[in-house]
Write a new protein. Structure first.
Ligand SMILES: Cc1cc2nc3c(=O)[nH]c(=O)nc-3n(C[C@H](O)[C@H](O)[C@H](O)COP(=O)(O)OP(=O)(O)OC[C@H]3O[C@@H](n4cnc5c(N)ncnc54)[C@H](O)[C@@H]3O)c2cc1C
Ligand code: SF4
Ligand code: SF4
Ligand code: SF4
Lengths: 293, 429, 247, 335
C-alpha cells in the first residue's frame, strides 16, 4: 500500500503553556510507535499541524529531538488554525505531517562562527539551531545570538533566555537582547543588570556590540519580513557574502510538499517553492529570485 | 374608558407586522393592521429594466411565494409579447406552482398555525410530544421543495423558469424521485386534514366574507385568466383594478383593497369554496366529508382549506409528472421573443391568494410602468374586519386576553408581510 | 432559507440556544447575545435604531442575505431616484410619511463581523458558517468570483461561448455557480466582491458583446448599487444618452 | 515504438474492448463546448474537437475531491480514496505533454497518492489533432507526443495509424489482434504527409527563446498594469490550464461537530487569498502582482520546456479576452 502523505498522523498534546498574550508553547507526542521511532527533524524544518474541522498550518519545530516522537512547537495565534491550537487541552488529539522543508545546513556550517539573528516569533526555529549547535558545541567556533523583542511581555522562552543572558558565556554562547519600547520597566531593569548584553533599539543596533569576521561566519536570520532587509543590509556592510546569510521564510501553504503552489515565488529565471526548496534560503537566492523578501 | 390592544411582533408570520385595536367601552373604535417593514418600491425601480430579467428581480418581492411571483411576472410578459409556450412548459410550470403550494402550506399548516391550536410557542417545542408529526411535516415540505429545486434551481429565487420556457429541462430520474417523495407524503397531507377537522376552530371572527379566486379552468389549480367572485361574477384579470381598488393607508406600508366598498378575502378558503366543483380525487372526497366545517364566513377555516389543497397538490404533482413522463421529456429551448410596445396582466394563485403583475413596455421591451398587487395586501382590510368582529364579540363576553385571538386570526391568513410591503400604484381616491 | 434545511434543522437548533427568531417562533428574549444573525436592509430610521441596539448587545454580528450585505434589489435606484420620487411613483404622494432611508447594507452603519451574502443565502454556506461558529472558529469567507465555481463544475461559460451577459466574473462565489449551471447568466444576487470587483471591465466586455450601456448599468445595479465602483460607473453612464436597454 | 493500423470500421469494437479496461471517457460536445465525458460508443464522441474547456488533468487531480474523513471522538483520519479504472480516449498531444509535466511534480517528487494511483489506473489513448488560431504548441515543441500515452491514434483515410506507447498499450493491442492490421508502406507515407501538412497549419507563433530572462527583465514593466486593468481576477485561466496545479484545502465539520471531511479543490494564483500569509500580510495584494506572478510561473523553465504547452485555453476562456501570446509579445517588446 502506497503511503498517503496528505493523511495526517495522530499526535497528542502533552504540554501546553501560555508564553505571552498571543503565543503558546506546545509539546506533542505522536501516537503511532513505529512512526515515533523514525520521526526525526532538523533545525529549520517544519511540520503541518492539522486540527480536525479547522484546517492545517505549517509550524516550525522549536527544539531538537530529545525524545522519540516528541516535538516542541511555539504557536502564535493569528488565524483560524492557530486560534484552534490555542484552545486545545492537554490530551487533545491533533494531526501532524512532516517534517518538511530543507532546514538549516548544520553540517556545511561546521567549523565556522554562527551568528543567529531573531526577531519576535522568529526565535522559535532559531532556538532549535541553537540547541543543535550547543549540543555539538565542538563543531562550531563562536556562537552569537541576537534576539530582538518589542517589550518584555512579548519575550518568548523567558526563563531560558534570561539564563543565557546571565550565564550564556559559560554555556558556550554570547547572547544579546534588544528591546524597542524605551519605557518598558522590566526591560530597563534587565539592561541595568546586563548592560553589556542588553540594549534599547531595533535588533540591528546590536551589531554595534560585536566584531564580525566575515570570512568564517554564517548568519542565520528569522523574523518578521521587514527585519530581513535591515539585517541583510548590516551584514552586507560587514562583508558577509550573500551565500553565507541564511534566512527562513514564511508563506501560506496548503501541502508542505511542493504541490499546492501557494508558496511559489520568483520570476521566469528562478521559481522557488518555499516549502520544499526552503523555507531556508540564502541571501543569494533572494537576490536572484524576485519577490522573496 | 378607552384601551389599546397591541400585538407587537406578529410572530410566525413572514416579515414584521403588528395589529392595533382601540376599544372604547364595548365598542371597537379603530383596528389597524400595521406592516412595519420598510417599503421597497419595486414598481418604482423596475422601470427601465429590460423584460428578460424582470421576473428575476420581481420574484425577490417575496422569498416564500417566489415561484408565484416569477410565474405571474413571466405570464404578464408573455401575454404582452404574445408568446405561446409549449405544452411541456405549461405542464412544468403547473408542477412548479403546485410544488410551491405544498412547500408553503406544509410550513404554514404544521409549523406556524398548528402550534396555536395545540398551545405551543412554535413547532420546535412540539417536537418532544409530536416528533413523528413534525418530522413528517418537514418531509412533506421537503417534497414541495424538491419541486422548487428541480424546476426553479433552488428553494428560493431560483432562475430556471424563464420568459419563453424553462432553461434546463429536468431529468427523468429526478422527476421520479419527486414522484416517490410525493407518494410518501400523501399520508402526511391527509393527516393535516384530519388534524384540522378534529380541532375546535373558534368562531369569534365569523362574519360575512366576500371571496375571490382565479378560475383554474376545468380542473382545480392555481393558474388562470379569470377571477371568480362569491357574488357570482366572473371577471377578466385585466380588470384587476376595479376588483381591488387599492387605497393608501397611513398606518401600514401596504395599501388596502376593497371590492364594491367592502373588504374581501383571497387564499385557500376562497379557492376551495369558489372552485369546489373542480376538485377531484382524494381532495374532493375529503371536501365532501368535511364540507360543513368549511364555512366560508369563518376565516379561521382557511387552515383546513390549506390542508385540503395540500392533498390536491400532492396528487396533482404526481399526475403532472406522469403526464410529463408519458409524453417524453423534450430538451426544447426557449421560445424566441420579439418585444413590442404593449402592456398586459399576469395572474396566478400564490399560496395566500391571487397575485397580479401588470407591466407596460416600450418598443425595446423595457418596462415603462409596473404594478403588482399581492394577496396579503388584498387581505389586510379583511383581517381588520375580522379583528373588529372578534374584539366586539369577545369584549361582550367579558374576555380580557384579546391578543391571542387576534394573532390567531392574522395567522390563519398566513399573511406574507414581506411581500405586502411592495405596493401597488392605483388611482388615489 | 434557513427553514429550508429540513434535514438539518432539528439537529442544528438543538445545538443552539435561540433567543429570538420571530419568523419561526413566538418565544423571544432581548438579552445579550453571542452571535446575532441579522437579515434585511436598513431602510427606515426605526430599523436603524434596532440594528444599533442589536450591535450593542452582540459579541459577533453577522449580516445574512444580500439585503443585509448590500441592500439588495431595493437599492437599485440609489443615487439615481430620490426617495421622494419613489414615493410619488408608488403612492402618488411625495411626503416621506414612513421615515424611509435609501436602502443600504448593515455595514454602512455598524461594524459587521461577517457577511454571508446572497439573495437568497446558500443554505450550505450558512450551515457551514454556523458549524464553524459552534466549533469555535470564524468561518472562511469566499472572496473570489463565481467563475471559479463555474469552472470547478465544468459548466459551459455562457459569456465566452454564448455571449450571454453573465456577471459571474465580478460576483462573489458561494452559490456553486447555480445559474450558469442551469444555462442562465448570473445576475449577481450574491453581490460584488469587496475591494476586488473590476466592474469597469465588465462594462467593457458586455459592450463588446453588443449590449448597450443602459442595459448593462441596470444589470450591474440589481444587486450592486451600493458598491462604490458600480455607483461611480452608473453615475458616469447616466450622463450619457439613454440606450435601448438591450442588445 | 510499435505501429499498427486500426481500420475505421473497427473503431467501435475497439471502444468496446477498451470498456473492459475501465470506464471510457472521450471528448463530447455539450452545447457550444467540449468536455471529456463517459461514453458508450465512438459515435458519442466528437473526435474532431478543438479543445475541451477543462483539460484531462481533471481525471487525476480532480477539480474537487474529498481527501479523507476525520472523527475527533474516535481519534481517526480515514482515507476514502477509491480505486477506479478508466480509459481516457482522444487526448491531444499538448495535453499528454501537460500530464507529463504534472507527473514530474505529482509523482516524481514526494508522490501524491491520489494523483499517482489514478494515473496508474488509467489508460491514455492519444488522438492527433489540427491546430486552430489559438494553438501555439508547435512553438513549445508540445504539438507532438513522443511518449506519455499507451496508444496514440492518427487518422488516416480508411483507418487509424496507431502508435503503441507502453506495455499496457501493447497488451490491449494483442487482445484485439483480430481488429488490427499491420501498417503498410502506403500508411506510413500517408501518416508522414499528414504530419508535414499539420506542421504548416499553425498560424500562431510564440518566441520562447530567452523568455525567462525577458520575463525577469520585464518585472517592473507597464505591461502588467495594462492587463491587470482588464483582468477580473476570476481564475478561469488557471482552472482551464492543463499545467496549473495549485490547490486549496478546506475542512468541513458535520452536524455533530466531531466528525467531518477535508476537501481539496483546484485553486488559482489569480485569486486574492492565494498570496496571503499570517498576520494578514499579502505578498500579492493587487491584480498586477498576481498577473505577473502567473506569467512568471507559466514562463519559468522546467527542464527544457515551459510550464505551458500552448493549448490556448487560457486565452479562449478568459472572459476579458486577455491573450496569453500577446502579453508575452509585449513583455518582449515586440508589440
Ligand atoms: C515554514 C513555516 C514555519 C512556520 N512556523 C511557525 C511557528 O513556528 N509558529 C507560528 O506561530 N507560526 C509559524 N508559521 C506561520 C503559521 O503557519 C501561520 O501563522 C498559520 O498558517 C496561520 O494559520 P491560521 O489558520 O491560524 O491563519 P489563517 O486563518 O489562515 O489566517 C492567515 C492570515 O490570513 C488572514 N485571514 C484569515 N482568514 C481571514 C478572513 N476570513 N478575513 C480576513 N483575513 C483573514 C488573517 O489575518 C491571518 O493573518 C510558519 C509558517 C511557515 C510557512
Ligand atoms: S458562465 Fe459566467 S460565471 Fe461561469 S465562467 Fe462564464 S462568466 Fe464566469
Ligand atoms: S498557460 Fe494557457 S496556453 Fe499555456 S498550457 Fe496553460 S492554458 Fe494552455
Ligand atoms: S481568466 Fe482572464 S480575467 Fe480571469 S484571472 Fe485569468 S487573466 Fe484574469
Amino acid at each position: 500500500m502506497m503511503e498517503n502523505v496528505l493523511l495526517p498522523k495522530l499526535a497528542k498534546i502533552v504540554k501546553s503553556e501560555k508564553m505571552t498574550a498571543i503565543e503558546r508553547f506546545l509539546q506533542v507526542e505522536v501516537l503511532d510507535k513505529k512512526f515515533a521511532e523514525v520521526f526525526d527533524y532538523q533545525p529549520g524544518q517544519f511540520i503541518e499541524v492539522s486540527i480536525m474541522g479547522v484546517g492545517e498550518a505549517p509550524i516550525s519545530t522549536c527544539s531538537i529531538r530529545t525524545k522519540k516522537g516528541v516535538i516542541d512547537l511555539c504557536v502564535r495565534n493569528v488565524g483560524r488554525v492557530t486560534n484552534a491550537i490555542h484552545h486545545l487541552n492537554i490530551g487533545s488529539l491533533i494531526g501532524i505531517r512532516g517534517p518538511y522543508g530543507n532546514g538549516f545546513p548544520m553540517e556545511e556550517m561546521e567549523g565556522s562562527n554562527l551568528l543567529l539573528v531573531a526577531g519576535g516569533l522568529g526565535v522559535a526555529p532559531l532556538r532549535s539551531v541553537l540547541q543543535y549547535a550547543l549540543k555539538n558545541r565542538a563543531k562550531y567556533k563562536d556562537i552569537t545570538v541576537f534576539y530582538g523583542i518589542r517589550t518584555y511581555d512579548t519575550m518568548l522562552f523567558r526563563d531560558e533566555f534570561y539564563n543565557l543572558l546571565a550565564e550564556g558565556d559559560k554555556l558556550g554562547c554570547k547572547f544579546y537582547l534588544s528591546y524597542e519600547d524605551s519605557k518598558d520597566k522590566q526591560c530597563i531593569s534587565l539592561e541595568a543588570e546586563h548592560s553589556e548584553r542588553c540594549m534599547c533599539g531595533v535588533v540591528t543596533k546590536l551589531f554595534e556590540r560585536i566584531k564580525l569576521s566575515p570570512e568564517d561566519t554564517y548568519a542565520i536570520i528569522c523574523g518578521p519580513p521587514i527585519m530581513y532587509r535591515f539585517v541583510v543590509q548590516e551584514l552586507t556592510k560587514k562583508q558577509v557574502p550573500p551565500e553565507k546569510i541564511y534566512m527562513t521564510l514564511e508563506r501560506r501553504m496548503k501541502c508542505g510538499i511542493g504541490k499546492c503552489g501557494h508558496c511559489i515565488i520568483g520570476d521566469g529565471t528562478s521559481i522557488k517553492y518555499v516549502c520544499k526548496d526552503g523555507p531556508v534560503f540564502t541571501y543569494w537566492d533572494a537576490l536572484h529570485t524576485k519577490g522573496m523578501i | 374608558m378607552s384601551r389599546e390592544i397591541v400585538v407587537e411582533h406578529l410572530a410566525r408570520v413572514e416579515g414584521h407586522g403588528r395589529i392595533e385595536v382601540t376599544v372604547e367601552g364595548e365598542k371597537v373604535k379603530d383596528v389597524k393592521m400595521g406592516i412595519l417593514e420598510g417599503p421597497r418600491f419595486f414598481e418604482a425601480f423596475i422601470e427601465g429594466v429590460k423584460y428578460d430579467k424582470v421576473p428575476d428581480v420581481m420574484r425577490r418581492i417575496c422569498a416564500i411565494c417566489t415561484a408565484a411571483h416569477s410565474l405571474a411576472s413571466i405570464r404578464a410578459i408573455e401575454k404582452a409579447f404574445k408568446v405561446e409556450v409549449t405544452p411541456q412548459t405549461k405542464l412544468l410550470r403547473d408542477l412548479l406552482i403546485h410544488g410551491e403550494m405544498i412547500e408553503s402550506h406544509a410550513l404554514h399548516v404544521f409549523m406556524l398555525a398548528l402550534p396555536d391550536y395545540l398551545g405551543y410557542p412554535d413547532a420546535i417545542s412540539m417536537v418532544d410530544k409530536y416528533a413523528k408529526e413534525v418530522k413528517a411535516a418537514l418531509q412533506l415540505k421537503k417534497a414541495g421543495n424538491m419541486v422548487h429545486i428541480l424546476l426553479s434551481g433552488r428553494e428560493v429565487h431560483g432562475m430556471n423558469e424563464r420568459v419563453g420556457g424553462i432553461s434546463t429541462i429536468p431529468e427523468e430520474q429526478d422527476l421520479l424521485a419527486i414522484r416517490k417523495a410525493m407518494e410518501g407524503s400523501k399520508a402526511t397531507a391527509e393527516l393535516a386534514v384530519k388534524l384540522f377537522t378534529t380541532i375546535d376552530v373558534p368562531d369569534f371572527a365569523q362574519s360575512e366574507n366576500a371571496l375571490m379566486a382565479l378560475d383554474p379552468g376545468k380542473k382545480f389549480g392555481y393558474i388562470g385568466d379569470y377571477v371568480l367572485i362569491s357574488n357570482g361574477e366572473r371577471r377578466r384579470v385585466e380588470e384587476y383594478r376595479e376588483l381591488t381598488n387599492e387605497k393608501v393607508v397611513k398606518h401600514a406600508h401596504a395599501k388596502h383593497s376593497s371590492y364594491k366598498d367592502s373588504p374581501f378575502m383571497v387564499g385557500a378558503l376562497p379557492r376551495i369554496c369558489l372552485c369546489k366543483d373542480k376538485l377531484y380525487g382524494t381532495a374532493k372526497e375529503l371536501f365532501k366529508e368535511y364540507e360543513d366545517k368549511l364555512d366560508h364566513r369563518n376565516s379561521l377555516n382557511n387552515n383546513l382549506a390549506q390542508a385540503i389543497e395540500l392533498v390536491h397538490s400532492v396528487d396533482r404533482c404526481i399526475e403532472d409528472i406522469d403526464e410529463l413522463l408519458s409524453n417524453g421529456l423534450e430538451k426544447e429551448g426557449l421560445v424566441e421573443i420579439e418585444p413590442r410596445e404593449s402592456s398586459a396582466v399576469g395572474a396566478v394563485e400564490a399560496p395566500r391568494g391571487i397575485l397580479y403583475h401588470n407591466y407596460s413596455f416600450d418598443e425595446n421591451g423595457c418596462i415603462t410602468k409596473a404594478n403588482v398587487i399581492t394577496p396579503t395586501a388584498m387581505n389586510c382590510a379583511n383581517i381588520e374586519k375580522d379583528c373588529r368582529v372578534a374584539v366586539e364579540r369577545l369584549v361582550a363576553e367579558g374576555k380580557k386576553n384579546l391578543e391571542e385571538p387576534l394573532e390567531l386570526i392574522a395567522r390563519a391568513y398566513d399573511p406574507c408581510i414581506s411581500c405586502s410591503v411592495h405596493l401597488v400604484k392605483v388611482k388615489f381616491l | 432559507m434557513i427553514l429550508n434545511l429540513e434535514d438539518e434543522l432539528l439537529d442544528l437548533l438543538s445545538n443552539l440556544d435561540v433567543k429570538s427568531f420571530i419568523m419561526a417562533s413566538s418565544a423571544h428574549e432581548e438579552t445579550d447575545l453571542d452571535v446575532a444573525f441579522v437579515e434585511g436592509s436598513v431602510s427606515t430610521e426605526e430599523g436603524l435604531e434596532r440594528l444599533k441596539d442589536i450591535r450593542k448587545r452582540s459579541k459577533i454580528l453577522i449580516a445574512i442575505g444580500d439585503c443585509a450585505v448590500w441592500g439588495c434589489v431595493q437599492a437599485m435606484r440609489n443615487q439615481e431616484m430620490s426617495m421622494k420620487e419613489r414615493m410619488r411613483k408608488v403612492y402618488d404622494k411625495e411626503e416621506n410619511f414612513y421615515d424611509v432611508l435609501e436602502p443600504k447594507g448593515l455595514s454602512a452603519y455598524v461594524d459587521v463581523d461577517l457577511e454571508i451574502p446572497g439573495c437568497p443565502i446558500d443554505k450550505i454556506e450558512f450551515l457551514n458558517a454556523v458549524l464553524s461558529l459552534l466549533h469555535g472558529d470564524l468561518p472562511e469567507v469566499k472572496d473570489y468570483p463565481v467563475c471559479v465555481e463555474c469552472k470547478l463544475n465544468e459548466y459551459q461559460c455562457l459569456l465566452v461561448e454564448k455571449g450571454m451577459p453573465c456577471l459571474g466574473p465580478i460576483i462573489v462565489a458561494g452559490c456553486n455557480a447555480l445559474c450558469p449551471g442551469l444555462g442562465v447568466d448570473c445576475i449577481g444576487c450574491r453581490g460584488p466582491i469587496r475591494d476586488e470587483t473590476n466592474a469597469a471591465e465588465e462594462l467593457n466586455v458586455l459592450k463588446e458583446k453588443g449590449y448597450d450601456e443602459k442595459y448593462i448599468k441596470n444589470r450591474l445595479k440589481f444587486f450592486g448599487a451600493n458598491f462604490g465602483e458600480i455607483a461611480k460607473l452608473s453615475k458616469m453612464l447616466e450622463k450619457k444618452q439613454p440606450g435601448k436597454g438591450g442588445k | 515504438m510499435k505501429y499498427v493500423k486500426l481500420p475505421k470500421e473497427n473503431l467501435d469494437a475497439f471502444v468496446e474492448n477498451l470498456k473492459t479496461h475501465g470506464k471510457v471517457y472521450g471528448p463530447v460536445k455539450i452545447g457550444e463546448y467540449y468536455s471529456f465525458q463517459e461514453i458508450n460508443n465512438s459515435k458519442e464522441m466528437s473526435l474532431e474537437y478543438s479543445r475541451t474547456m477543462i483539460p484531462p488533468k481533471k481525471f487525476f487531480l480532480k477539480l474537487k475531491e474529498r481527501l479523507f474523513t476525520f472523527n475527533e471522538e474516535k481519534g481517526e483520519y480515514k482515507e476514502t480514496l477509491e480505486e477506479e479504472k478508466i480509459v481516457v480516449f482522444g487526448i491531444h498531444p499538448c495535453d499528454i505533454n501537460a500530464l507529463k509535466l504534472m507527473d514530474k511534480i505529482y509523482i516524481d517528487e514526494t508522490p501524491d497518492k491520489y494523483y499517482k494511483m489514478r494515473r496508474e489506473n488509467a489508460v491514455i489513448v492519444g488522438y492527433g489533432c489540427h491546430p486552430d488560431e489559438y494553438c501555439f504548441c508547435h512553438s513549445l515543441g508540445t504539438n507532438y507526443a513522443a511518449d506519455g500515452f499507451d496508444l496514440f491514434l492518427h487518422e488516416l483515410k480508411d483507418g487509424f495509424f496507431v502508435r503503441v506507447g507502453s506495455d499496457k498499450g501493447n497488451a490491449i493491442v494483442s487482445e484485439i489482434s483480430e481488429l488490427i492490421k499491420d501498417v503498410e508502406g502506403s500508411d506510413i507515407e500517408e501518416f508522414r504527409a499528414a504530419e508535414r501538412k499539420r506542421e504548416k497549419e499553425y498560424t500562431l507563433e510564440l518566441n520562447i527563446r530567452g523568455i525567462t530572462d525577458m520575463l525577469a527583465l520585464a518585472y517592473e514593466s507597464e505591461v502588467w498594469k495594462e492587463y491587470a486593468d482588464k483582468c477580473f481576477g476570476c481564475g478561469s485561466c488557471n482552472l482551464v490550464c492543463p499545467t496549473c496545479r495549485c490547490y486549496d484545502v478546506v475542512d468541513n465539520v458535520n452536524l455533530n461537530l466531531k466528525s467531518g471531511e477535508r476537501l481539496r479543490r483546484l485553486d488559482s494564483c489569480m485569486l486574492r487569498k492565494h498570496g496571503l500569509v499570517a498576520g494578514g500580510l499579502n505578498f500579492r495584494p493587487t491584480r498586477i502582482e498576481r498577473l505577473r506572478n502567473r506569467f512568471n510561473c507559466k514562463g519559468s523553465l522546467r527542464e527544457d520546456t515551459l510550464n505551458c504547452v500552448g493549448c490556448g485555453r487560457c486565452t479562449v476562456y478568459c472572459p476579458s479576452q486577455i491573450d496569453y501570446v500577446e502579453v508575452l509579445k509585449k513583455v518582449r517588446g515586440e508589440l
